[in-house]
Ligand binder design. Structure first.
Ligand code: ADP
Length: 159
C-alpha cells in the first residue's frame, strides 16, 4: 500500500489544491494532506482553521486524511509511513523553488520519492495569496474555492 503526503500551508485550501488531491487519491491508496503549522509566511487562518477547512473540502474522499504537522516535512512523512511526497506545479512560478526543495528533501530522506502533478490549466494562475487579495477587494472567486472556504474568506476579509 502506498501512502502519499501532500504538504503545504493551505491558507486556505483552493480548488487548485483539490484538483491535485483528487488526482493523487486515484493513484495512491492513501493521501494525507499535511498542513504545515507555522510556515515562513504571513497567514490568514490559524492551523486549526486551515485543517478544518481542508477536512470539510475532502469529506467526499474515503482515502484522504488531513493532519497538521510541525518541523521537517520528510520527518513527518516518515512518521506517518508515507513513501511519496506530492506537490503541484504551476507554470513558471513553482519550478525553481520546488526543485530546490526536492533536492534538499532527497538529501534528508533518500527513501522518499517526490511526485509532482502539473496544475490543471483552469487553476494555473490560482494561488492562496492572490485569492486573498482579490476577495479583499470585493472580487468574486466562488468557482475557485470550496463553498466553506468562500464563506470563511469573506468573513475574515470583508468588513
Ligand atoms: P507551500 O507554502 O508549501 O507552497 P501551498 O499551500 O501554497 O504551500 O501549496 C501547496 C502545494 O500545492 C504546492 O506544491 C503548490 O505548488 C501547490 N499548489 C498551490 N496552488 C496550486 C494550484 N492552483 N494548482 C495546483 N497546485 C497548486
Amino acid at each position: 500500500m502506498t501512502t502519499a503526503i501532500y504538504p503545504g500551508s493551505f491558507d486556505p485550501i483552493t480548488n487548485g489544491h483539490l484538483d491535485i488531491v483528487k488526482r493523487a487519491s486515484s493513484i495512491f491508496e492513501k493521501v494525507v494532506i499535511g498542513i504545515y503549522d507555522i510556515p515562513q509566511k504571513s497567514l490568514l487562518f490559524s492551523v486549526d482553521e486551515r485543517v478544518d477547512l481542508a477536512r470539510k473540502a475532502v469529506a467526499g474522499f474515503s482515502n484522504v486524511q488531513v493532519t497538521a504537522y510541525s518541523g521537517i516535512t520528510v520527518e513527518f512523512a516518515r512518521k506517518i509511513k508515507a513513501q511519496v511526497l506530492v506537490r503541484g506545479l504551476r507554470a513558471n512560478s513553482d519550478f525553481e523553488r520546488e526543485f530546490e526543495m526536492a533536492l534538499m528533501n532527497k538529501k534528508l530522506a533518500p527513501d522518499i520519492e517526490l511526485v509532482c502533478f502539473m496544475a490543471n490549466l483552469r487553476y494555473q494562475f490560482l494561488s492562496s495569496s492572490l485569492l486573498k487579495e482579490i476577495i479583499k477587494l470585493g472580487g468574486n472567486l466562488d468557482d475557485m474555492v470550496p463553498p466553506d472556504v468562500s464563506v470563511a474568506l469573506k468573513k475574515k476579509l470583508l468588513p
